[in-house]
Design a protein around this ligand. Structure first.
Ligand code: NAD
Length: 310
């Protein structure tokens, strides 16, 4: 069954979803470079607004979206959408919560190994002609305790991969954790402070909420082992970056790897200058497979919603 309507795609998304929406009968305007002012002035003409993470769907945008039926986020978090404003106007919000979970989990494992074996530094120094072998005593992952903070889709995927590396899992989540996952992996479920005191590696997979803002602060870093490694591929706001700077500089923890920052691109020059910090430009979901899946899942949900099926 064909559907009708106009779709505005505001961020760059995989072509597969655009093609599906067009095949279903939708008129799709692809404007990945659209500026906030143009979005506010043109959004009134569209039934569906599709964004990734760059475009902010503010209250102003929602208020101007006179005929919008759907706001679609090609990804997980809805922190760039004013959900309250959209719900007040009865606009459906859809997202693709599981599409990126394999990609982000693989990046978290990659960062963990990069920290344990100083891969970025080793690469940079070798290419400069410096043979720093004696400085590069690493740490094995096998047998170590991995603390997973937030045991949702991505946290569980990281856990399964870490089990294959023969790590022991400790988990903290204020909500019930999937029972099958616990029995499959032998995860020890505990409170956050115990996890921080016990883990050799800590990986964060929580949403950005008022409760998680700066959940990693000076007090929490003080609880961690001085040999601990921290990985954050979730949201920048969960870490107090000034406290992380002090913790890394003063040896409260060994090193950290961040895919996400409080402000993106990051502006905290002091933090970025540290040798025991690995930085990535928010690329957790940036694989061909994850982007194609997210785009096709969103296209299908848009079509089914307009058909009234879901
Ligand atoms: P999810 O909803 O499946 O899992 C999040 C888990 O965090 C849930 O189990 C929830 O109960 C738990 N949680 C909520 N509040 C908590 C708290 N205060 N303390 C501990 N746990 C808490 O989400 P997901 O798909 O696993 O995504 C996790 C995070 O990864 C999100 O922040 C998401 O935005 C981020 N993400 C990042 C990228 C990237 O490019 N780096 C890509 C996709 C997702």
């Amino acid at each position: 069954m064909q559907v009708s309507g106009k779709v505005l795609v505001c961020d760059s998304i995989d072509q597969a979803g655009i093609d599906s929406m067009k095949r279903a009968g939708l008129a799709v305007d692809y404007k990945p470079e659209i500026k906030p002012a143009e979005l506010v002035s043109s959004v009134k003409d569209y039934d569906v607004i599709v964004v990734r993470s760059k475009t902010k769907v503010t209250k102003e945008v929602v208020d101007a979206a006179a005929r919008a039926k759907i706001i679609a986020r090609v990804g997980v978090g809805l922190d760039n959408v004013d959900v309250k404003a959209a719900e007040a106007k009865k606009i459906r919000i859809i997202n693709a919560p599981e599409a990126a979970s394999t990609a982000v989990a693989e990046l978290a494992i990659g960062l963990m190994i990069s920290l344990a074996r100083s891969i970025p530094r080793a690469d940079a120094e070798t290419k400069k002609g410096n043979w720093i072998k004696n400085d590069l005593m690493g740490t094995q992952l096998s047998g170590k305790y991995l603390g997973i903070v937030g045991v949702g889709n991505i946290g569980r995927n990281v856990g399964r991969l870490a089990k294959a590396l023969r790590m022991n899992l400790i988990g903290y989540d204020p909500y019930p954790i999937n029972r099958e996952f616990i029995s499959e992996t032998g995860m020890i479920v505990t409170d956050l402070n115990t996890l921080l005191e016990s883990a050799d590696f800590v990986t964060c997979h929580v949403p950005a909420t008022p409760e998680t803002k700066h959940m990693f602060n000076a007090e929490r870093f003080a609880k961690m082992k001085p040999t601990a490694y921290l990985i954050n591929t979730s949201r920048g706001e969960i870490i107090d970056e000034n406290a992380l700077y002090e913790a890394l500089k003063n040896g409260k923890i060994a090193s950290a790897a961040l895919d996400v920052f409080e402000v993106e691109p990051p502006t905290n020059k002091q933090l970025l200058s540290l040798p025991n910090l690995i930085c990535m430009p928010h690329v957790g979901a940036q694989t061909k497979e994850a982007q194609e899946l997210a785009s096709t899942v969103i296209a299908e949900k848009v079509i089914q919603t307009l058909r009234g099926v879901i």
